[in-house]
Design a protein around this ligand. Structure first.
Ligand code: HEC
Length: 152
């Protein structure tokens, strides 16, 4: 019986064709997976970059409206510390910055900004501000005097 199948040339050819088709299909699947992963991760990186740009745009506006009068238009510091400073930005985490902005610094001119603490801002707006302030880091100047920008 098996002899008969093996000896039937038409059947042998057909079997071989199916095997080849199977190998091609498998190759296509195996190769398409890393390609998919590649485009998927670049798509995700794009989405993250877009979201970050939107946050920086929002943060820029919020900074000008709420923070610039004390901390300076470019974060250079006036009556309040210079946040656009290597020394400040490398010493603080985003979480620490978020907490300071949310609750302010009691006993100083730095008010609380989160609505829960009587401020005018939401958590999303504060996150946008933190992203904006963080975006200064690559070009932030060295400011050893960042805490007392006006020499006071
Ligand atoms: C009325 C003035 C004033 C305004 C407006 C203000 N700040 Fe401040 N801020 C201060 C002062 C003063 C300090 C320093 C307090 C101290 O003596 O530690 C400070 C400190 C900070 C610090 C901590 C710096 C450190 O010493 O580690 C951060 C972060 C900060 N402010 C962010 C903001 C942001 C963001 C805004 C706008 C939403 C803002 N501030 C608006 C006065 C102000």
């Amino acid at each position: 019986m098996t002899e008969a199948i093996r000896d039937d040339p038409a059947l042998v050819r057909s079997t071989r064709r199916w095997q080849q088709a199977g190998i091609w299909l498998m190759l296509v699947l195996v190769l398409s997976f890393p390609l998919y992963k590649l485009t998927e991760s670049s798509r995700r990186a794009n989405a993250t970059a877009l979201q970050q740009q939107a946050q920086i745009a929002t943060g820029t506006q919020l900074w000008a409206l709420n923070c610039a009068e004390c901390h300076g238009k470019m974060g250079q510091g006036i009556s309040a510390p210079a946040l656009n400073s290597q020394q400040f930005l490398t010493s603080v985490t985003d979480a620490q910055m978020t907490n300071i902005i949310r609750g302010g610094i009691p006993g100083t001119a730095m008010p609380a900004w989160l609505a829960d603490y009587g401020g005018p801002l939401t958590d999303q707006e504060i996150a946008a501000l933190v992203t904006y302030i963080r975006s200064w880091e690559p070009t932030a100047p060295s400011r050893p005097d960042w805490r007392t920008p006006s020499g006071g």
